[in-house]
Design a protein around this ligand. Structure first.
Ligand SMILES: [Fe+2]
Ligand SMILES: [Fe+2]
Length: 352
């Protein structure tokens, strides 16, 4: 009720004053931002290519908006297989007023595998306008420095890397046998590349026309509490990581609604989608994609997450990466008309 009132007040105020923000404006306020504070320009087309993921099946057939990477007749099957790993990487393209804009979001782990996929998927580095990173875990930034060095001559000089709070801080996992480092992207290594401009953000920020990074995610569900085993170093001590700097991507597809892409969704995929709805003032969600971090989750957490996604009622649900087999099968069973099984190399063709 309160939310609906806020929405109505916001719409009324916006209509009266035209006071909506356009891409290029930085929205202050982070997790306390107002309902509808961000107006994402509508894309008339968007293509999301999953460069790598935890799963690959070369025999999958095209399905709805999913264009599959297929091994074609006449090609060398030993060189055409895509690589899958515990990692995630996206190439995202928006089209506005006939003009394409593209960026990379996350970079997987294995340099040989990820770069082979990039070549087989014909990723055009020369047109990449920006780089984004969901959060500081190795399975999302692992190849970042190597890929940038590998394609140094093709990337635009000064290409920005948008990175969240604590994006450069070392992360750890508490394992049964002790504490394991799960990576640290170092600021000085990025600076040493010499052609990447680091942009640290906290708030919703446009990454290319038609796409925003969320900034810090407001926590609204009481059941998405995160893992006590994922740690971050603060003040010389290891403490549970609250992923204040994990961000997702939000696109606004003309007439269809929001497309939400998560990395690992440590803040909770429902928190992320609700945050995207709040920041844009758009309730209609066209697609939710990404790692939902439900591997090994208790059945109750999986059931509540799936129930809330069902209530949000996206046209497509594409759980990938760390969502895990158990949760993926529940999404498939509970949302058969909306579920799409991801496979590395799949291109999601969003059209109006
Ligand atoms: Fe991950
Ligand atoms: Fe993660």
């Amino acid at each position: 009720m309160l939310r609906e009132m806020k929405r109505r007040e916001f719409v009324k105020a916006s209509l009266a004053t035209g006071a909506v923000l356009l891409a290029g404006d930085m929205v202050k306020g982070g997790i306390n931002l107002a309902y509808g504070a961000v107006k994402i320009p509508e894309a008339e087309k968007a293509t999301v290519t999953v460069i790598t993921d935890n799963y690959f099946n070369g025999l999958l057939q095209p399905y709805k908006i999913a264009k599959r990477y297929g091994i074609k007749p006449g090609t060398d099957v030993y060189k055409m297989n895509l690589h899958a790993e515990h990692g995630l990487s996206y190439h995202i393209e928006t089209v506005l007023n006939g003009n394409p804009h593209s960026f990379l979001f996350d970079y997987g782990v294995d340099f040989q595998g990820v770069t082979r996929n990039m070549e087989l998927l014909n990723i055009d580095f020369g047109t990449v306008e920006a780089l984004g990173l969901s959060h500081g875990h190795f399975d999302h930034w692992g190849t970042f420095l190597q890929v940038l060095k590998w394609k140094k001559e093709e990337f635009r000089k000064g290409v920005p890397l948008y990175i969240g709070e604590e994006g450069f801080v070392e992360r750890f996992a508490q394992m049964p046998g002790g504490v394991l480092s799960i990576g640290q992207l170092k600021r000085e290594d990025v600076e040493r590349l010499g052609f990447v401009k680091t942009v640290e953000i906290k708030d919703p920020t446009p990454i290319v026309p038609g796409a925003y990074l969320t900034g810090s995610i407001e926590r609204v569900t009481e059941y998405e509490k995160g893992s006590p085993y994922l740690l971050i170093e603060r003040g010389g001590k290891l403490v549970p990581d609250n992923f204040i700097g994990e961000y997702a991507v939000v696109l606004n597809l003309k007439g269809k609604g929001l497309i939400v892409l998560a990395g690992c969704a440590h803040p909770g995929i429902i928190n992320i989608v609700k945050h995207a709805q709040k920041m844009t003032g758009i309730d209609k969600v066209h697609a939710v994609m990404g790692g939902f971090h439900l591997t090994g989750a208790k059945p109750e957490l999986i059931q509540r997450t799936v129930a809330d996604i069902k209530a949000i009622n996206p046209d497509y649900i594409v759980p990938t990466h760390c969502t895990g087999y158990d949760a993926i099968t529940v999404f498939e069973r509970e949302m058969p008309g909306q579920f799409i099984l991801n496979s590395a190399g799949t291109r999601y063709m969003f059209t109006v």
